[in-house]
Design a protein around this ligand. Structure first.
Ligand SMILES: Cc1ncc(COP(=O)(O)O)c(C=O)c1O
Length: 453
């Protein structure tokens, strides 16, 4: 019979899959090492088990002990599998930027999850680096894994992932491209591959908001390079010991938007459902295309599974909120699709100015169309109201009809965006769209600005 003695024996030997459509413009053969096939759905299973076994071997991890780690989720999953099979407790410290799915998955495999704020300095006592270290000193019989500086991390890839890629490509690999976080993946695989053939080029994928690229190019740790970003799994605001800058030939940075878009493209165009850092990696590879020739074999590594990002990069609302969806905007209704299902806020001519002001505050809007029984006959906007108020302090109790300005122009629902924007100017703050069946909606300057991205 052919079976694994436990789930840990199924780690590794992941497939290498040719990328076809996304790399049509590239002369070289591009192959993806798809690490989703590991039981914890990420490359991190490999190093998690290696770190546990090395710690067991030299006594850092003792029977019945508690494993503590600051992890964005994938290492936690690998550690959880190890902890279950080998009988340890696991506490994962995770930053609040990480997807909720990742946290729920960790809990599902028995980990205790401690959530920390993302946007604090690494030295801040609330940071996930600091909290992990503190928990490790406070918890009896515990072992702090520290994947950033733990040499077993890179070693796992030197011993397993590197040799697998070398064997699968029959030694023909010329370039290796991969996202860099702790550095374990790139450093372990890069070292092994360069030992087999020093001409193999190792490219790291970095993100805007991370220090790696500049540090590699200049030796300067530039704090100005550090700012919050959305891409998950790659980039750092520290220099982990596991990043071996000497074996890395270069870095390229990929934007959050490109990373998100390409994460979706890998799923849609290649049928490979992988995570956000895979999107960065494939986009980075495309950015590097002038480095590849027709005889080259370029291997890119996809770290984890798309299922961990269904509420984020694979969710249209999440993408739209961040301006990551390149939707074609051509007509009036495209401008209001995010709020067209909400009722149009209006005020009647006989209502008081105070009523209009209350509605502006309640709905956080700056202008309101004014109606009477015949239809839209005027408008009020906050700038005009403010001006009128300076002249007349009793304004709040006056009827709207005494202060209203001209009615907003009405356009057809298919009116071009160009036409709509020409109607909005300093004297006219909004346009009404006739949606048919006596339904109208409002387009404001804000809607036009949001459409420019
Ligand atoms: C999704 C994802 N991609 C990329 C990486 C980076 O890999 P490494 O830490 O080996 O550099 C990580 C590491 O946490 C990850 O979770």
């Amino acid at each position: 019979m052919n079976y694994a003695k436990n789930i840990l024996e199924t780690i590794g030997n992941t497939p290498l899959v040719k990328i076809n459509k996304l790399t049509e413009d590239i002369d070289a053969l591009v192959l993806a090492k798809v690490e989703t096939f590991n039981p914890g759905n990420s490359v991190k299973d490999r190093m998690a088990i290696k770190m546990i076994e090395d710690a067991e071997a030299d006594g850092r991890l003792k029977p019945g002990g508690t494993i503590i780690e600051g992890t964005s989720g994938n290492t936690g999953m690998g550690l959880a599998l190890g902890a279950i099979i080998k009988g340890y407790k696991l506490i994962c410290v995770i930053s609040d930027k990480q997807s909720k799915e990742k946290m729920d998955i960790l809990r599902a495999v028995g980990a205790e999850v401690v959530v920390c704020p993302t946007n604090v300095e690494p030295e801040d006592p609330r940071s996930y680096y600091s909290v992990s270290k503190r928990l490790a000193t406070e918890t009896p019989n515990s072992w702090y894994v520290n994947q950033y500086d733990n040499p077993s991390n890179a070693l796992a890839h030197y011993e397993q992932t590197g040799p697998e890629i070398w064997k699968q490509t029959e030694g023909k690999i010329t370039h290796f491209v991969v996202g860099v976080g702790t550095g374990g993946t790139i450093s372990g695989i890069g070292k092994y591959l360069k030992e087999q053939n020093p001409n193999i080029k190792i490219w790291g994928i970095d993100t805007y908001g991370s220090v790696f690229k500049k540090y590699h190019e200049t030796g300067i740790f530039d704090e100005n390079e550090v700012y919050p970003y959305i891409t998950e799994g790659i980039g750092e605001d520290i220099l982990p010991a596991n990043v071996d800058f000497d074996i890395i030939d270069g870095f390229t940075k990929v934007t959050d938007k490109d990373a998100a878009i390409y994460t979706r493209k890998i799923a849609k165009e290649e049928g490979i459902f992988v995570g956000n850092s895979a999107g960065s990696a494939i986009k980075g590879l495309l950015q590097l295309k002038e480095h590849f020739g027709p005889d080259d074999v370029v291997v890119v590594l996809f770290h984890d599974s798309g299922s961990r990002y269904v509420g984020k990069m694979f969710n249209d609302d999440w993408m739209r909120d961040r301006g990551f969806l390149d939707e074609e905007m051509t007509k009036a209704t495209d401008l209001i699709k995010d709020h067209v299902d909400k009722p149009l806020v209006t005020v009647m001519t006989e209502e008081l100015v105070s009523h209009a002001i209350d509605r502006m505050k309640k709905y956080k809007i700056s202008q309101i169309p004014v109606k009477d029984s015949s239809g839209f006959i005027g408008s009020v906007d906050e700038t005009a109201l403010f001006r009128a108020f300076v002249e007349d302090k009793d304004l709040a109790d006056k009827p709207i009809k005494e202060v209203m300005g001209e009615a907003f122009p009405i356009v057809d629902k298919d009116a071009s965006i160009d036409k709509v924007s020409k109607l909005i100017n300093k004297d006219n703050q909004a346009v009404l769209v006739d949606l048919g069946n006596n339904k109208y909606h409002i387009i404001t300057k804000h809607d036009i600005i949001s459409a420019i991205n």
